[in-house]
Design a protein around this ligand. Structure first.
Ligand SMILES: [Zn+2]
Ligand SMILES: [Zn+2]
Length: 351
């Protein structure tokens, strides 16, 4: 019998499962064998038997969960074909964070691609997304509404630098997720010529060191020392999003609170978080890039894992592409990634 897409990928309680390969992809529960697309906590969890992932993702998991995060680990080199059970798998860059990969699963000329999270916008901290032609494309839809178009990140970083120039006595506290976003903001600041130190909240130190060891130049990034906070006039300080509102950030001289996230396109969210300077910088695809990517893969069928699934499924229908929402639970809701399943009405979106 010829191989069908459903032999290559199906849905179980633990998440996406390949029956012929006998493995899960980004399972939300501990499983015997897991293939992991990237290190964000909603995709990469501790406690699996065997884990197959890129070397960078394995390192990120070890930093976050300790060296014993699984029983046995195997490195996947980008582009290399690997036999797993009765299928061939190949990891390809996803352009999302350091080490992020799409996973192509193939047999008898039928190919399914699980993209994990991905973006097409340039990112100096990781390899660019690679289009992998396939029959079935599995996509997220964090920003799956036509109102979501992300601006050029350089303009956003320039806004930050202009504010620093305008208010040299104030500290600029930038909320950014500890894996990926923070390091991308640092790299973008360096590209725009900021050569002074970028001060880090302690929670960002380990992953930033890992990025540097993996060859991403981020310059001088000292950890903030408690006693020095009040003296950091005109400094740029990066911290986890949860810290921009707490006491920690108030110890700086007259802080300007900033937040780097695709959700900053939604003005109400910025207001709600008390963000003075929203920076629209996203590690996910915006609506035009979701649509472009689906077209680029040539897939005849699309499964949408999480986010604003319905609009993207509808769009696929208008293009003659079969599509279904998977309503996967456990993705995008742990505070690590940018989105939650909260609806964002068009009215909320900043002009
Ligand atoms: Zn992610
Ligand atoms: Zn995700």
């Amino acid at each position: 019998m010829p191989t069908r897409a459903s032999d290559l990928l199906t849905l179980t309680r633990e998440g996406l499962y390949c029956p012929l390969g006998r493995f899960h992809v980004d399972p939300t529960w501990p499983v015997e064998r897991a293939l992991i697309t990237h290190g964000h906590a909603d995709h990469a969890r501790a406690g699996h038997g065997q884990v197959l992932a890129t070397p960078e993702t394995l390192r990120i998991m070890a930093v976050r969960y300790g060296a014993e995060f699984c029983r046995q680990r195997q490195e996947a080199q980008l582009g290399a074909a690997l036999r797993v059970g009765d299928v061939t798998v190949r990891f390809a860059p996803a352009g999302h964070v350091l080490g992020s990969a799409q996973i192509a699963i193939e047999r008898d000329g039928v190919r399914v691609v699980v993209s994990g999270d991905y973006k097409r916008a340039p990112d100096p901290t990781c390899l660019p997304f690679e289009v992998v032609p396939c029959d079935v494309f599995i996509t997220e839809a964090t920003f799956g509404l036509p109102v979501f178009t992300h601006p050029d990140t350089r303009g956003e970083v320039r806004k930050l630098l202009e504010s620093v120039k305008l208010f040299p006595e104030r500290a600029h506290i930038v909320g950014a997720y500890a894996l990926g976003k923070a390091q991308r903001v640092m790299a973008l600041l360096r590209e725009e010529g900021w050569d002074r130190p970028i001060h880090l909240h302690g929670a960002m130190e380990k992953l930033t060191t890992l990025y540097k060891e993996e060859g991403v130049p981020l310059g001088d990034t000292p950890k903030v020392v408690a006693a020095e906070r009040k003296d950091l006039h005109g400094a740029i300080v990066l911290c986890p999003p949860s810290s921009i509102q707490d006491l920690w950030s108030r110890k700086f001289p007259d802080p300007v609170t900033c937040f780097a996230s695709g959700w900053m396109r939604v003005r109400a969210r910025a207001r709600q978080k008390g963000v003075e300077l929203p920076l629209v910088i996203s590690d996910h695809s915006d609506w035009p890039d979701l649509c472009r990517t689906i077209r680029d893969t040539g897939a005849g069928e699309v499964w949408v894992t999480h986010g604003q699934e319905d609009a993207l499924v509808h769009w696929c229908g208008t293009q003659g592409i079969r599509a279904k929402p998977l309503h996967l639970l456990g993705y995008g809701d742990d505070g690590e990634v940018e989105g939650t399943s909260e609806a964002s009405s068009e009215a909320e979106v900043a002009a």
